[in-house]
Design a protein around this ligand. Structure first.
Ligand code: MN
Length: 308
């Protein structure tokens, strides 16, 4: 019996929990989850520490990135890895890619990728593009329109709920869906631009790069050259910040359309308000309707059923 420890982010731990969903066992105190596979018992703690113990812990650790790159003092979100952007890339001509809707029970996932030259980055800043976490939905819609007017090349993809639920039932994790959406968005964008002027691609990191590569490989795709990953990318890269605004604006629009279609104001997020709206939807249209409006595997489905 041997053991290995990695230190990672809360987001990644949620991703791991989803991955091991069918193998969860009772959760010890101070832990987020515990799972048991043939290779190891995996325990994820609130601190971000994940312990792998058993006959072959390394075969589980492998799925979650290169542990040798982990600096034990810092959570991995702040760590450099072999896919970190080179110094200076953020001010060069680069593609940025980001998604929206992943934590929302209602509505699709949207992903946008945008290519901005140095000059276009200045223009994006001028129209108010910045980290969308600091912008409300009205402002986001307005800036998204202005980005479209600048004629900067971008692609925007939307994964409707029915399709999401189908993939989920097929065993796809949300991480894999996101990875494939980013990949396709970037793929389509690369066909529209002069790749010779491209210095690199920045993806807002949502999982360890080796995990992202594994997702692509499972669909026989490979990483585009010069792809880099960094967390909170929208605060470093104006291309990612603009992509983030486009993805969010498309998500907000989709939510408006779905709300109109359902005849109920569908709230964003995954709170108790969301459970209540879902319960209303079930009462008016039956539980089958959830497939069209929600990410049915979220815990909100059960909570809404309990309200009926
Ligand atoms: Mn993001």
């Amino acid at each position: 019996m041997s053991q290995q420890v990695i230190v990672t982010t809360k987001e990644q731990i949620q991703e791991m929990k989803k991955h091991y969903l069918s193998q969860l066992t009772s959760t010890p105190q101070g832990a987020i989850f515990r799972a048991k596979t043939n290779n190891a018992v995996i325990t994820a703690y609130q601190s971000g520490k994940v312990l792998f113990q058993g006959s072959a812990p390394e075969s589980e650790v492998m799925k979650w990135g290169d542990v040798t790159l982990n600096d034990k003092k810092k959570p991995s979100s702040e760590q450099k890895h072999s896919y970190s952007p080179q110094v200076g890339l953020f001010t060069e001509n680069h593609i940025g890619s980001d998604e929206a809707g992943t934590g929302d029970y209602f509505g699709p996932i949207t992903v946008a990728a945008l290519f901005a030259t140095k000059e276009q980055q200045v223009k994006l800043k001028q129209i108010g593009v910045r980290d969308s976490k600091h912008l409300n939905d009205t402002k986001i819609k307005q800036i998204a329109k202005e980005i479209a007017r600048l004629q900067i090349p971008y692609t925007l993809l939307l994964l409707p709920n029915e399709k999401y639920n189908k993939l989920q039932a097929k065993g796809w994790s949300q991480g894999k869906m996101k990875a494939m959406l980013h990949h396709h968005a970037i793929d389509k964008l690369l066909q529209k631009i002069d790749v010779n002027s491209l210095k690199g691609i920045v993806i807002d990191q949502f999982c360890q790069p080796p995990v992202y590569k594994k997702y692509l490989l499972s669909e026989k795709k490979t990483l585009h050259p010069n792809t880099t990953f960094i967390t909170k990318a929208e605060s470093h890269s104006i291309s990612v910040a603009a992509a983030s605004i486009l993805a969010r604006a498309r998500f907000v629009k989709a939510m408006d359309d779905l709300s109109a279609d359902a005849n109920i104001e569908l709230p964003k997020g995954a709170s108790a308000k969301v459970d209540q709206a879902a319960a209303m939807l079930i009462r008016s249209k039956g539980s089958e309707a959830l497939d069209k409006y929600t990410k049915t595997h979220f815990a909100n489905t059960q909570k809404a059923q309990n309200l009926i």
